[in-house]
Structures are given as structure tokens and as C-alpha cells.
Ligand binder design. Structure first.
Ligand code: OAD
Length: 245
């Protein structure tokens, strides 16, 4: 079980491996979502400019897959430990499927966005909830239309080459700094450690005094930065590790 005493803090980073247990394909395994598409075609501003219908079709399929999935014991264990630790817990996820929130996580940063939020590609209206599927038509912004302009809606996802949402990294930094005085554990789960800045969070946490744990099906690219590596399936390991089995 993770050694978190009553005044200790836990910062968790999750990746696609946590949702793999709910049947959502990961990015870099053999059956990865990118298999039939080049990343730059479906997850970059350039791909969007070239073919927005391909992008919407891709994210519509991912919406449908996420709607059909349910949180697994790994998601549930993280929500349970949050209830125990309160403000001494923070979860930052690279996953966009919304499963952490559905499992009950609240102190949650979705650093790469959320599949079920849409925003305008042109105007500054806030992102809004959207479960629409746009496999063969392109949704347009009604607010822009009211002002006589024509603009496409886009998924509220951080694409390659785009900045993270303002405030997200600052919130993680503030948490790590405030945690540093006490016992502080950083736990990464189900992530290949390839995509930055997420893959660099282990260094930030360690600089603030964290003990770093990795739970993953296979060694991660940034694996040497961790103090402990538990190899296996997140839905099996997390409930036991977090003491909620
Ligand atoms: P990856 O697909 O790169 O890595 C998933 C990791 O989870 C791999 O190392 C697997 O070994 C591991 N894994 C698979 N099944 C597992 C299981 N049941 N239990 C534990 N581990 C398991 O996914 P991410 O690291 O999340 O970005 O990818 C990071 C980012 O790359 C994504 O957020 C996405 C992608 O491009 C954007 O869309 C911006």
C-alpha cells in the first residue's frame, strides 16, 4: 500500500492505460487509435485546416466509444482515495474520455481537454457540453452565425503544437510546492512517458521532494525518473496500492 500518512499529499498523473481497462484503445499499443490515421492528420491545427471533417469523424468515433464505456476499478480507486485525502489529493489526466469524473473524481485537471466539450474555432465563447456525433457533417457556431460570420465548431482538445489550457500547470505547480513540506507521493499510471509536458511532471514532483511511483503495463520512456515501478494492470494494482480493495 502507498505510504501516505495523515498529513501526506498525493499527486496522480494518468494516461491511456487507465482507460484501457474500460475498453478504450491506447495510443501507442498495437491497437492504438492512431493506427489508421497519422497523428498530424487528426490531432494538430494543420490537420484541422486540411480536413476538418476527418478530424470531426475521428473525435465522433472516440465520443461514441467513451459513451459506451464505464469507469473501471482503477478510476474508482482514485476517486475513493480522493475522498479520504481531500485537498491533499490532485489528479491530472491526459485522458479526454471523462471516465475519471464519471467515477467521482473532482480534484481533477483534464490537461488535454475533454471529448464532450466543444468550442468555436474562431470566437471566444466558452466551451460547452456536447455529445453530438459529426461523422459526415460539420457543426457551425450559432453565435458567429448570429453576427453574420461563418465559423466551425471544434473539439475542446489540446492538439499537438497547441498550448495547454491557461492555469492548469500553475495549479499542479502550486499543489507540488505546497505538498513539498510533508510526505509527498507522485504516482503515474498507464502512461508511456513520451508526451511532454505530462512526461516531465515526475521531475517537477521530485524537485518538490516527492517519492515517485509508476504503475504501468510496460516500462515507460521516462521510467528511470521513478523510485518504484509496479508492472501490471492498473485496474488490479490501483485498488490494492491505494488501500481501497
Ligand atoms: P500511450 O498509449 O502512449 O501509453 C499508454 C501506456 O499504458 C503504455 O505504456 C502501456 O504499456 C500502458 N498500459 C496499457 N494498458 C495498461 C493497463 N491495463 N494498465 C496499466 N498500463 C497499461 O498513452 P498516454 O501516455 O496516455 O495526447 O499518451 C499521452 C498522450 O499521447 C495522449 O494524451 C494523447 C497522445 O497523443 C493528445 O491527444 C494531445
Amino acid at each position: 500500500m502507498l505510504p501516505i500518512p495523515p498529513s501526506g499529499h498525493l499527486l496522480v498523473l494518468t494516461g491511456a492505460g487507465v482507460s484501457a481497462e474500460s475498453g478504450i484503445a491506447t495510443f501507442r499499443d498495437g491497437n492504438g487509435l492512431w493506427e489508421n490515421h497519422r497523428v498530424e492528420d487528426v490531432a494538430s491545427p494543420e490537420g484541422w485546416q486540411r480536413d476538418p471533417q476527418l478530424v470531426w469523424s475521428f473525435y465522433s468515433k472516440r465520443r461514441a466509444a467513451a459513451m459506451a464505456a464505464s469507469p473501471n476499478p482503477g478510476h474508482v480507486a482514485l476517486a475513493d482515495v480522493e475522498r479520504r485525502l481531500g485537498d491533499r489529493f490532485l489528479l491530472i489526466t491526459q485522458n479526454v474520455d471523462g471516465l475519471h469524473r464519471r467515477a467521482g473524481s473532482q480534484r481533477l485537471i483534464e490537461m488535454h481537454g475533454n471529448l464532450f466539450l466543444t468550442r468555436c474555432s474562431e470566437c471566444s465563447r466558452p466551451p460547452f457540453q456536447d455529445r453530438g456525433l459529426f461523422e459526415d457533417r460539420l457543426p457551425e457556431c450559432e453565435e458567429c452565425a448570429r453576427n453574420g460570420r461563418c465559423a466551425l465548431l471544434r473539439p475542446h482538445i489540446v492538439w499537438f503544437g497547441e498550448a495547454l489550457f491557461p492555469g492548469d500547470m500553475e495549479r499542479v505547480q502550486d499543489f507540488a510546492r505546497s505538498a513539498g513540506g510533508d510526505r509527498f507521493v507522485f504516482l503515474a499510471v498507464g502512461t508511456s512517458g513520451v508526451v511532454y509536458p505530462a512526461a516531465g511532471l515526475v521531475h517537477l514532483a521530485k524537485a518538490c521532494g516527492a517519492e515517485a511511483w509508476l504503475v504501468n503495463a510496460e516500462p515507460a520512456d521516462n521510467g528511470s525518473a521513478f523510485d518504484h515501478f509496479l508492472r501490471g494492470r492498473s485496474a488490479e494494482i490501483l485498488p490494492e496500492l491505494l488501500g481501497v480493495a
